[in-house]
Ligand binder design. Sequence first.
Ligand SMILES: Nc1nc2c(ncn2[C@@H]2O[C@H](COP(=O)(O)OP(=O)(O)O)[C@@H](O)[C@H]2O)c(=O)[nH]1
Ligand SMILES: [Mg+2]
Length: 242
Amino acid sequence: MLGAHDAGKTTLLTGNYLDLLRGGRLADARFIESRTLHAWEALAAWVRFDDAARRPSFPPHTPRGTSRVPGLLHLALRGPRDEFRDVLLADAPGEWFTSWAIQEDAAAAAGARWVVEHADAFLVLADCSRLAGPGRGSARKDIRTLIERLGNHVGDRPTTLVWSKADHTPNDAIREQIRQALRTSVPHAREVETSTTNRRTLVNALEAALRPAWIPPRARALTEPVLDHQPFAAFRGLHAGS
Ligand SMILES: Nc1nc2c(ncn2[C@@H]2O[C@H](COP(=O)(O)OP(=O)(O)O)[C@@H](O)[C@H]2O)c(=O)[nH]1
Ligand SMILES: [Mg+2]
């Protein structure tokens, strides 16, 4: 999950966790277990109605910390054909990606580089609240820079632009400029909208990443060290020592 600080990343994850606990399906799969229940519960505690005195609130800011790799959240899912999947979700601090977008090899971007190297699919969050507010100029620049940076690394991995906090409406010009960056840098990307006013949208967004990554990519073709003899011979060291 890529996006600036406050873009709604943790909220998207938490909404999905709560939906699974209520028996909801994610990409037609059932929730089986999690190796990170404690972390999920710590996040979920912030958005549950515990009692009349405590109104639900949003989870606290994910701090940058000193770690080079993000806290991974785990879901074990069982699909409709009984297939089993371990899904690892990276809830990385927004600052990692902000610094990665500006300077790829920045020390503060080590965690972002790790995520981008290992991810099977990407969700890129564009914060509609920021894009519709007084800071929309810098918000637009930030998300475009992030999209352009991702474009250099994404290859053909599934990517979805998430218009988060879609209960706010950025103007058409801003939206079009971001779409333009997406068409140029990540032409295969799809788009979805999310809002906490409609929790189904949070599930749809995660499904957009999960469905195309459900069947892992095939292993890459092996390139044999063949010079002037048959591939098979290359592995038997035909010329070595003979
Ligand atoms: N209006 C609105 N605000 C949201 C929505 N989702 C999240 N927020 C707000 O965005 C803030 C940051 O959310 P969070 O998930 O912590 O963002 P993160 O820093 O990307 O993990 C929250 O405190 C909420 O105020 C949404 O769908 N609509
Ligand atoms: Mg967060």
